[in-house]
Design a protein around this ligand. Sequence first.
Ligand code: 2HA
Ligand code: ZN
Length: 276
Amino acid sequence: MKILDMTFVQGFIRMADDGFRMGWHERNGGNLSYRIKPEEVEMIKNRLKHDGPWTPIGASVPELAGEYFLVTGSGKFFRDIKDDPEATLAIIELDEKGENYQLKWGLVEGGKPTSELPSHLMNHAVKKRVTNGTYRVIYHAHPANIIALTFVLPLEDEVFTRELWEMATECPVVFPDGIGVVGWMVPGGREIAEATSKLMEKYDAAIWAHHGIFCAGEGAHNTFGLMHTIEKSAEILVKVLSMAPQKRQTIQPDQFRELAKAFQVELPERFLYEKK
Ligand code: 2HA
Ligand code: ZN
């Protein structure tokens, strides 16, 4: 089957283009990856190359040995993905140790997989384990309001989670486990990948201070929806903080507990602290 006709490729391209049109991907900002299902690999096998060099990932992910990923290319612009997927995207295979990758398709004008490949793959490894393989998408974007909040809120999981939950009633239902935050770090390497993947043990979203956010999910639709919900809530918080230093009224801890009961989600009590 033609690679570009595959449903997972179409969903990936649409998600990337939606993200661009949301304003989350200036220039080459952001990156996206999908862990391809074995039956999907089977359907495109005859259209893949198998003779390229093996290149170090920059991390070790034995849990993902032999798996295939569709990823955005390093330095490629999200703006171009829809018009030129074969030059901006790549399909890679990992070796039997999970330490090297081989290019199987894409990047026809040259290039490498995303500069954040270590973070993507380490997050995939964690999510594959903790979700029993159901999560397949990792998405990194640069949404302005989330980034803005990392300059004014304490960089604590509890504070970001609670403040974003308060901004829209649907938030605790969409991300009941909360959101993690890492302080500023150099992007692209193993260290930030380790910090992020540790947060992915507990959360589906991890904010990088003064940089952006990673979201994880089952498919393109849900993962985009999570990013969208978090950024929308961050936008409301930015507006509220711009209007007044203090909220006049907000959703209270007991109201979150009522919501949890009604929507059958568990909201960890550490996010429902009493404020002074
Ligand atoms: O330029 O977003 O974090 C791609 C990135 C790096
Ligand atoms: Zn980035």
